[in-house]
Design a binder for this molecule. Structure first.
Ligand SMILES: [Zn+2]
Length: 315
């Protein structure tokens, strides 16, 4: 049977404090100025360093560089992705701004790959909106001519009354096709039928669920399929008290390592259906199936706790 494939989307915002140096760098961008920092060895870094790579000291006064610069290296982006600086094909380039000794990464709107070259003179195309972020530079463009593509100048909406950049949010979005291994594929097909399918190693006899296709102890393929019951024992657990965007269960709740009866490895799942304070090591639980053919969570089975010796070697 063919392995299963499915698209996976992972999306989150990475929020960080800019700190004193990059806050000044970003605030200056809103004023359409690009700042660098002179290091202890006399070299000018743009963007500015937060700590001197030679002396480890924070930079002193930041100095203005550019705005013109020279492409020192580049790579063509034939099919831009959502959220990138330009919707039309462009170049990612390392640009050494005039007055700087290091290069910064940005997009170059050259119109075509044929118009890109190392040594190309470029200048920033400023964004109409000024927010105190790297996006205040919409992109760079060839300083001489337009690289064969007419681009309208963005109208300037004027400098904002005050920009004090303190935080920056970097949206992260990953989109890819995941192909499950043959072992995982039968495990997933089993879930759709509310069956729990693991695999037993032919050498050591250990049962793995979800199956990985090989035994990590012996390094041999595992082929014997084993159906396990939906009952098991909590080996360890933690109470989740921290909320986050998109969370489906309201804290506090319990994430536990559940050792299914007959398995030799515990897997992570939720334990719901009782007060988090009642969950304990050795607690007997049973799978509660969700509507989509997956285990929604585990719930207390109402049986006496498993003796510690039964699960001690799986901790
Ligand atoms: Zn083995």
């Amino acid at each position: 049977m063919a392995p299963l494939r499915a698209p996976l989307e992972i999306e989150f915002d990475y929020t960080r404090s800019l700190g004193p140096v990059l806050s000044r760098f970003m605030t200056a961008l809103a004023d359409r100025r690009i700042l660098g920092a002179r290091g202890a060895d006399g070299r000018v870094h743009a963007p500015p360093f937060e700590y001197d790579p030679v002396s480890a000291e924070p930079p002193g006064e930041l100095i203005e560089v550019g705005p013109g610069g020279t492409v020192v290296s580049w790579s063509w982006m034939p099919e831009p992705l959502a959220g990138q600086p330009l919707a039309a094909p462009f170049a990612w380039a390392l640009i050494r701004l005039d007055g700087a000794d290091t290069a910064m990464l940005h997009a170059v709107d050259a119109g075509s790959a044929a118009a890109m070259r190392t040594g190309l003179r470029v200048r920033p195309r400023w964004s109409a909106t000024r927010t105190g972020s790297i996006r205040d530079i919409a992109c760079f463009e060839p300083a001489e001519g337009r690289g064969g593509r007419a681009v309208a100048e963005a109208p300037d909406e004027g400098a904002p009354a005050e920009v004090t950049a303190g935080m920056t949010i970097t949206p992260v979005r990953l989109h890819y096709m995941h192909t499950a291994s043959p072992g995982e594929s039968s495990y997933l097909r089993g879930l759709a039928e509310h069956r729990l399918l693991g695999q037993r190693c032919g050498v050591c006899g250990q049962v793995y669920i979800p199956p990985r296709g090989t035994c990590p102890a012996d390094g041999v393929p595992t082929q014997e399929e084993v159906e396990l019951p939906g009952s098991g024992t909590v080996t360890t657990f933690c109470v989740v008290n921290v909320g986050y965007p998109g969370q489906r269960v309201t804290p506090p709740y319990v994430a536990a390592a559940v050792l299914l009866d007959g398995a030799d490895i515990a897997f992570q799942h939720l334990v719901l259906g009782c007060d988090p304070g009642e969950v304990r090591m050795g607690m007997r639980v049973r799978a509660v199936w969700g509507e989509s053919g997956t285990i929604s969570h585990f719930a207390p089975a109402g049986e006496p706790d498993a003796p510690y010796e039964d699960y001690a070697r799986y901790l």
